[in-house]
Design a binder for this molecule. Structure first.
Ligand SMILES: [Zn+2]
Length: 437
């Protein structure tokens, strides 16, 4: 991988400068020169390796306990980030290290990320729960993701399959993929599922925090009793036919079980936690986790303290009530578009949460991973950060740059390198292959 090689080259130059002064005073320096030359030639040969040998090397590399080496050898896939809306609404240039937010090319590289599923999120309150507005909002976001390889050809390639991800990672580049968050953009028309599939979308959650007419959300009143109607079941079958993964993050319990009885393919939770640890409706109970695993799907744990840390979501609701007028004021003072007003509101939330709420750490995230592993084994768990979609992150996994801290904690708890590889991305790759079959 590009990152690994890059860090190796840096190491050579560091070692290079160290013995040079030292040699002048000590004949043992000759031995050092020979060692140094051998080391440089080995590293040079490594930089010349072809794509196929790079893939083979992943498997052949010798045993190590270094978390960073293990992290960079694995294919790391994040199933969910909302950087898409920043790209569109703030017209960000992500080639530079940004002073805010959770994601850019520099931090993604430093964090050893290999593939990012960008969320195509249509907020129904702002853009409609269907209709031309919702479709345009989705199409605009898809366009900014599809433009990434042209804007940053040295960093991004588009991917739609597991094979694409493996090939792009072997080249040392990042793979960009897409998932629709909430089925609003299909505008209650079955043919639009195929339309978005053809545009490159590879997963969809039927609802976000607002229920659709055909699927209930875990977040609203109507969702508590709403499952899938006949149209909704048709949507699931169409997704199965096309090879678009069904995402159960955000759906109501009734919708979850209707999806289970309808889908013939493995399903995914792209960014959720475990109710056994943090009991909120957005998370999955043990029976749901067992059922996803039985169907060979994957539970991807998110990095958001509200759904990881017990009690955090309740504390947040209290803070939300306290800061309501501050948030409202920021929104009124922002003269830009609806999307810009939302950015202004979120900025206040981010600042106030940091001041008023306790920080959770990556250790709590791994508690959720451990829980899934204890229930169903290590083959059905992954990660979905929700970066740039949340107003608080973990203290030691605050941005994509900190991703190696996840691997460090997994190793500390006794996970082996092959197990870490599965959790970081191997399980998702296996599942994508099965859904696309
Ligand atoms: Zn979400």
């Amino acid at each position: 991988m590009h990152n690994q090689m890059h860090s190796k080259i840096v190491n050579i130059s560091n070692r290079d400068s160290f013995p040079v002064h030292w040699l002048k005073y000590d004949p043992r320096g000759l031995v050092l020169i020979v060692i140094l030359l051998l080391s440089i030639s080995t590293n040079c040969r490594m930089t010349q390796k072809t794509e196929t040998t790079a893939v083979a090397d992943r498997k052949e590399t010798s045993q190590t306990n270094d978390p960073l080496v293990i992290h960079r050898r694995a294919i790391a896939i994040d199933m969910h980030a909302d950087t898409t809306q920043r790209l569109l609404d703030e017209q960000l240039d992500i080639s530079r290290r940004l002073p805010d937010g959770h994601f850019d090319n520099v931090r993604a590289r430093d964090g050893g990320l290999d593939a990012q599923f960008f969320s195509i999120w249509v907020e129904p309150e702002l853009f409609g729960g269907g209709g031309a507005g919702a479709m345009k909002r989705a199409d605009d976001q898809i366009a900014v993701v599809r433009a990434l390889p042209a804007r940053y050809p040295e960093t991004w390639d588009l991917a739609t399959t597991a094979a694409d991800i493996r090939r792009i990672a072997a080249k040392g580049k990042l793979a960009a993929l897409m998932g629709l968050e909430g089925g609003y953009a299909i505008d209650e028309r079955l043919e639009n599922v195929q339309r978005y599939y053809q545009m490159g979308v590879r997963y969809m959650s039927p609802a976000w925090s607002v229920s659709t007419s055909w699927a209930g959300s875990s977040n609203d009143e109507v969702g508590q009793t709403r499952g899938l109607n006949d149209f909704g079941k048709g949507v699931i079958r169409e997704m199965n036919r096309l090879g678009m993964i069904v995402d159960v993050s955000h759906v109501s319990d009734k919708t979850f079980w209707d999806i289970i009885s309808t889908s013939s393919k493995p399903i995914i939770a792209t960014h959720s936690g475990c109710r056994a640890i943090a009991n909120v409706p957005r998370n999955l109970d043990d029976e749901m986790i067992r059922t996803i695993a039985k169907g060979r799907g994957v539970v991807c744990i998110l990095f958001y303290p509200a759904f990881l840390e017990p009690g955090w979501d309740d504390s947040k609701k209290k803070v939300d009530a306290e800061i309501a007028s501050l948030v409202q004021k920021a929104s009124e003072e922002e003269s830009g578009s609806m999307a810009h007003k939302k950015i202004a509101r979120d900025r206040v939330r981010m600042e106030e949460y940091a001041k008023r709420l306790p920080r959770a750490s990556v250790s709590r995230l791994v508690d959720h991973i451990d829980h899934v592993v204890k229930l169903v084994g290590v083959d059905y768990v992954g990660v979905g950060s929700d970066f740039d979609g949340v107003q608080s992150t973990l203290s030691d996994l605050a941005t994509v740059e900190d991703l190696p801290n996840l691997t460090r904690e997994l190793l500390r708890r006794g996970y082996t390198e092959p197990e870490v590889e599965k959790i970081l991305g191997g399980n998702v790759l296996r599942m994508m292959e099965e859904v696309q079959k």
